[in-house]
Design a protein around this ligand. Structure first.
Ligand code: AMP
Ligand code: GLY
Length: 452
């Protein structure tokens, strides 16, 4: 009998709980280890051992990984990926499902990605400009005026979801745009200015090995904290996907276009860096009157998107990671998913994201241990801790609740009936996945397509 596989997962959020849960369902029954900044009670239930420390410390990652005799490692969050965790693991001969820091520039540098697409004639970007110098201030004003102020300003580095400002939503004057642009130049040496695109956004997350792209179901995330897409931006309050692995307002041809953009971009990276991208290419796309355009790439699973996708993945996720690492994903041909709709909502502490209550317990909750994951409902722990048998809010998105069903309506019912079993100083967005909100998206898209 061959030895049991051993896998180290870096990161301790809801996304990593979903990754670990998917690995734990593998018929290969791997031994799982976790290294995160805190203990996640859901992850702890599924792992042989949990290590706590600074996941941005590459030496600490090497020290933990080395003695474990690992088959491979997975790096979950963007920050350690951008910080070269995969490079450091490879240095000690641990194969890793995550891109190198060079490949991860796809997420960490907006300028890298826009310039890559332009150089390789991939027609998916809005009009854009990269500015490096205060003396080009006039140029920035010209760009601003050309689009009548309808622009987006993007910092050229990771800022924990706060690196983008959009006209009409975050600023209204040139001076505000200019101030943000200057801050990006001071910090990262560059800023990206883009034409503001109008349309409906969707996420298409693909597993790639530098040669093959395997797509997962298309998802729509909701970034604003409050109902009707109001309030400050968050990491994502909730997501849904339809039973046909698509969304009610996008067509097969939109999905084909997005897939083609990811294939072309992956190949462009190989040419540009002489290195193959292994891991996740998560495209944030927007369907506009001019077709599908790329908003940005991330080099990791989305959170909460991973909570929609991974629980319904039928293909053995251990095998998928190993095939990606060995550049033989083409053996798999297509990822298999349960033919169900999904709705995920994050329960968040009151005050999130600007002024969250912290270190306060839930008054009533279900644990993932006492409540084994059922067919159509699942719990994913994120920013919570377990102290003296109490589940404590740690200040960020706390618990992701997944409902699945034969359609979005049923998936929503299953999500809602479980999420309301949690009580405490928490809130969630009731409107995500509702008929009303989805109809708004469909009507918006019908209007956009009528302008084509
Ligand atoms: P990013 O961090 O690039 O995903 O940007 C955050 C959000 O800003 C996206 O989800 C979009 O809603 C918005 N955004 C970014 N770029 C553009 C663009 N060129 N046009 C319109 N909205 C954009
Ligand atoms: N849900 C958005 C993200 O993971 O970036």
């Amino acid at each position: 009998m061959s030895e049991q596989k051993k896998i180290l997962i870096i990161g301790n959020g809801g996304r990593e709980h979903a990754i670990i849960e998917a690995l734990s369902r593998s018929p290969q029954k791997p031994i799982l280890y976790n290294f995160g900044t805190a203990i996640n009670p859901g992850i702890q239930n599924l792992c042989e051992e949990v290590f706590v420390g600074d996941i941005m410390d590459n030496q600490a990652i090497q020290n933990i990984a080395k003695p474990l005799n690992l088959t491979f490692a997975i790096v979950g969050p963007d920050d350690p990926i951008g910080n070269g965790a995969a490079d450091k693991l490879k240095e000690i001969n641990i194969p890793t499902f995550a891109p190198s820091a060079a490949c991860a520039q796809l997420e960490s540098s907006k300028a890298f990605t826009r310039n890559l697409l332009a150089k390789h004639n991939i027609d998916a970007s809005p009009d854009f400009g990269v500015s490096t110098d205060i003396t080009q201030q006039d140029q920035r004003r010209l760009f601003y005026e050309e689009y009548d102020g309808q622009i987006v300003v993007k910092a050229d580095g990771l800022l924990g979801g706060k690196g983008v400002i959009v006209a009409g939503e975050h600023f209204t004057t040139f001076e505000e745009a200019e101030e943000f642009a200057q801050k990006s130049i001071d910090k990262f040496g560059k800023v990206v200015l883009e034409e503001k695109l109008i349309g409906e956004e969707f996420s298409l997350i693909s597993i790639v090995d530098g040669e093959t792209v395997l797509d997962t179901p298309a998802i729509q995330d909701h970034k604003r904290a409050f109902e009707n897409d109001e309030g400050p931006n968050t990491g994502g309050m909730g997501c849904y996907s339809d039973e046909n692995s698509s969304l009610p307002f996008i067509t097969q041809s939109d999905l084909d276009e997005a897939h083609k953009i990811t294939v072309q971009t992956m190949k462009a990276i190989t040419k540009e860096l002489d290195e193959r991208f292994v891991g996740i290419m998560y495209g944030g796309f927007i369907v506009t009157k001019r077709g599908v355009k790329l908003i940005e790439y991330n080099a990791r699973f989305g959170d909460p998107e991973a909570l929609n996708i991974l629980p319904i993945l039928k293909t053995d996720f251990v095998e998928v990671c190993e095939k990606a690492i060995s550049h033989s994903l083409s053996d798999i041909k297509k990822l298999e998913f349960e033919p169900v709709a999904t709705v995920v909502k994050y329960l968040c502490p009151e005050g999130y994201p600007t002024n969250s209550v912290k270190n306060v317990p839930f008054t009533k909750y279900k644990s993932t241990e006492k409540n084994p994951q059922t067919g159509n409902q699942q719990i994913f722990f994120a920013s919570v801790g377990l102290e003296d048998d109490k589940l404590i809010l740690k200040g960020s998105r706390a618990i992701g609740i997944l409902g699945t069903g034969k359609n979005i309506e049923q998936a929503l019912k299953n999500c809602e009936s479980l999420i309301t079993e949690f009580e405490g100083p928490v809130f969630f967005r009731k409107d995500i996945g509702t008929k009303n909100l989805i109809q708004k998206r469909i009507d918006h898209m019908t209007h956009i397509r009528s302008q084509q």
